[in-house]
Design a protein around this ligand. Sequence first.
Ligand SMILES: [Ca+2]
Ligand SMILES: [Ca+2]
Ligand SMILES: [Ca+2]
Length: 346
Amino acid sequence: MKKFNGREWKTLLILSVLIPIGLLSTFKLTGILSSPATIAETTTLNAAIWKIDPMMGIFNIWGQVKRNYEIGEISTVQCIDISDFNDKSGEYGGSDTLGMNITLAATVKSGFVNRVYISFREDYENSIVYLHNLELLKLSNLTEINYGDWLRGDVKAFLETSNPSRLSNVYLHTPVAWILRSANKGNQTRLLEIDYEITYFNGSIYKKIIQPFQISIQPDNNNDFEDAEEIGLGAHLEYVNSQNDPEDYYKTWLDQGQVCRVQLGYPWFNYWPQTYWYLGLETFIYDPDRNLIASLPYQGRSESTPITTEMTFTANTTGWWYIRVKYFVADHIYTLDVSILNGESG
Ligand SMILES: [Ca+2]
Ligand SMILES: [Ca+2]
Ligand SMILES: [Ca+2]
């Protein structure tokens, strides 16, 4: 029989630890919870999309993407709050990290929610999704829990819970860290796909609803008139910084006679009104011939300065009108809200 020296014993010992962990993760991935025998109907809803530019630095974001789904037998609220970004998170080895909160609530009228399954997928091999050891998980009427995180492969994490008491309403809330580990901070396109799956019994059959979410970080290339990004009405969460994204050009189609309002918001000040004594962006409006027709300069602010600035103008010709937002001082997350004050958009 072969005799092992000290180093070989150590290797054997490590192997004997590794194998059970390997078995465990296989077991976790397969899932241990009971599923209904037959799901008669699966409905996949349209993906809810949230995106932002690659950011440099530390930001509170306060972004949200939310979907309500309601048919007679079930109503759900499914939401992702994007809380913060840190491009060198000390907590995660200096990696760029996006923090978010997952919320799901569902009520079945005359049946019960059977199972909730949330999966996190990304095809970038280096990233990690962390569920904080479920220490901050809040559940109501969901008891059995199975999860995996820090996983390799396309599925980065999953969270599965079931409702053996067959109660009609359930709730789930948990923070999640998407540890991006970008190879090229500031320029990499990233996409995290999060699927919320709810299986329920409506009184006669089991059904499943899948709500996909897409959380993405995409560099913009909207740095001049030619590459202006087409923008619709409503509010958009945007970003500029001095290094790789100093200007954002947008274009929106206006009909002659339309009165358009462009509002710029600084969400940061809603939460930290005492910081940054300036609104560090400049904003410009151009007509379809690219003549400057309005502008808002960089401005200092006191606590009484409004944290939303706006320009209102009347389109004197039909065509693509341009909005240009320019970094002046300090990197900013900003909201850009475009509305038509006299009737529908053209
Ligand atoms: Ca953008
Ligand atoms: Ca931008
Ligand atoms: Ca840009």
